[in-house]
Design a protein around this ligand. Structure first.
Ligand code: KIV
Ligand code: ZN
Length: 532
């Protein structure tokens, strides 16, 4: 156990905040944030290692894929409680119970709307019928596990009297955690804190359950509301890495944890998170789902620890505390140092990977070493960020049915611009040479020619430089949409056009996985996509 964690755990239980991560459920529900099974397993293991107490692994009834990922995550987690979401129906609860069966520690999370608006229009149920459903669902869930969480969906817009009746009933029927979501991100901190305090004042059996907060960020108040709830007595916070989630997202785990750590004077609470894993967790998730956090994002944005103005730099040199309220090291950010180059060998690269927290099997390492050598031919100075981007790119494409092999492009003012590309599709090499309105257009058309996907449209094409300098690696994001399903792909390379091709292929692989989810009979080369 790390020194940080030992110190944290020595405090009393009443100050202990349970960190409930819902990146794989509420986060994954957001447009463009879907993950396949391998990706979910990778994120779940990372959250477990980081010290998350409860991992909401998915919504088992939603699809066969969701059921399987909850089930596989339940088999591998060592420390965290694995949780599955269920509506207030027997079928949902039984699907969660079955998927969670292999877990060392499991939790069934069941929810129903309690606000007048949701009960009348969404559920079309009377308050009494909702109250009955609370009793039945919690009782049913308790038949499978001793750890049951009940949530009042749209709780922050629920009338006090009715909320108290629902909470008291849920606890009476065996709920051990009571969650009050601000489902639509409507609350403001004083109001939300008052609502949590009101439950402690008015619900007679409230001492038999842990109260939890779950806030969405529609007004940019998710973290502030969550912390107001904690100050009013809540001892579980539901959050996601990078704040991903429905619409404007959920409360960001890294912001909650670092706020508590940085301000113990007004928030004297402890938790089990190893904060030095925050940067890696953020980057791993960004690369997996294919979208970066904004540069000015608190804690994990590229500028979060950057000091540009002369006055600030001067202050920093005299004493870092003048402009830094937390150290970059506390979130696991190592100042980008020159690490490796053209002459570095396998041993140096392996050691560097281990320092950065990556393990690779022998075959994967051989492929990775080749990519590293290609990069070091083009780029003199290789920084930690370059290695991280490259390794995430390599890991992110393992097992893909479509793999990028090579690209030649003719570009410049004298058209036509052409792209000749080789992809490996289901183990077979396929080539295409296509003209386009510019090199990127030509590349994407060439990929479409090899793997037709006429219903998909390109929604986003974005390039960003990983480090400074004209030889910086490019990180490209491509977003594709097909029949309402959105996926993001990312690709990294010193050549922006190669990175673009990789990103498009990555997105296409994800699209195939998504299609497979809807209809397991659909193979990557669906019959409807016969040609361009
Ligand atoms: O935001 C919400 O209300 C939820 C519940 C299902 C917990 O995500
Ligand atoms: Zn939510």
């Amino acid at each position: 156990m790390s020194a940080q964690r030992q110190a944290q755990n020595s405090n009393t239980a009443k100050d202990r905040i349970i960190i409930f991560d819902t990146t794989l459920r509420d986060g994954e529900q957001a447009p463009g944030c879907s993950m396949n099974l391998e990706e979910k397993l990778k994120i779940a293991l990372m959250l477990d290692e980081m010290g998350v107490d409860v991992i909401e692994a998915g919504f088992p009834i939603a699809s066969q894929g969701d059921w399987e990922s909850v089930n596989e995550i339940a088999k591998i987690l060592r420390n965290a409680v694995v949780c599955g979401l269920s509506r207030a129906t027997k079928k949902d609860i039984e699907a969660s119970a079955e998927a969670l069966r292999p877990a060392k520690k499991n939790r069934i999370h069941t929810f129903i709307s309690t606000s007048p608006l949701h009960m009348k229009y969404k559920l079309q149920m009377t308050p009494d019928a909702v109250l009955d459903a609370v009793a039945e669902s919690v009782t049913h869930a308790r038949g499978f596990t001793g750890d049951v969480e009940w949530s009042a969906e749209d709780g922050s817009r629920t009338e006090d009297d009715f909320l108290c009746r629902c909470v008291e009933t849920a606890i009476k029927c065996g709920a051990t955690t009571i969650n009050i979501p601000d489902t639509v991100g409507y609350a403001i901190p004083a109001e939300y804190g008052r609502q949590i305090a009101m439950l402690f004042d008015r619900v007679p059996n409230i001492d038999r359950a842990r109260v939890s907060v779950h806030c969405h960020n529609d007004l940019g108040l998710a973290v502030a509301n969550s912390l107001a709830g904690v100050q009013a007595g809540a001892r579980q916070v539901e959050c996601t890495i990078n704040g991903i989630g429905e619409r404007a997202g959920n409360a960001a785990l890294e912001e909650i944890v670092m706020a508590i750590r940085t301000r113990p004077d007004s928030m004297p609470y402890v938790n089990n998170i190893d904060t030095t894993m925050i940067t890696k967790a953020s980057r791993t998730l960004s690369t997996t789902i294919g979208f970066n956090v904004q540069p000015n994002k608190a804690i994990v944005g590229a500028n979060a620890f950057a000091h540009e103005s002369g006055i600030h730099q001067d202050g920093m040199l005299k004493n870092a505390k003048t402009y830094e309220i937390m150290t970059p090291e506390s979130v696991g950010l190592t100042r980008s140092e020159l690490v490796l180059g053209k002459h570095s060998g396998r041993h140096a690269l392996k050691t560097k990977l281990a320092d950065l927290g990556y393990e690779m099997g022998d075959n994967a390492f051989q492929d990775f070493f080749k990519r590293f050598k290609d990069l070091s031919d083009k780029k003199k100075q290789i920084f930690d960020d370059d290695i991280i981007a490259l390794v995430e790119d390599e890991i992110g494409t393992l097992g893909d049915a479509i793999r990028f092999e090579s690209l030649q492009v003719k570009a410049g003012t004298k058209g036509p611009q052409t792209a000749s590309i080789i992809l490996v599709v289901d183990g077979k090499k396929k080539k295409a040479k296509v003209e386009g309105k510019g090199p990127v257009d030509a590349i994407f058309k060439a990929i479409r020619k090899i793997v037709p996907h006429k219903d998909a449209t390109l929604q986003l094409y974005q390039v960003h430089a990983i480090t400074g300098g004209t030889d910086a690696q490019a990180e490209v994001t491509v977003r594709l949409e097909e029949n309402g399903r959105t996926v993001n792909g990312q690709g990294t390379d010193a050549d922006t056009l190669v990175a673009s091709a990789r990103a498009y292929v990555h997105a296409l692989n994800k699209l195939m996985t998504k299609r497979g989810k809807i209809n397991p009979q659909t193979t990557p080369m669906a019959a409807k996509d016969k040609g361009p």
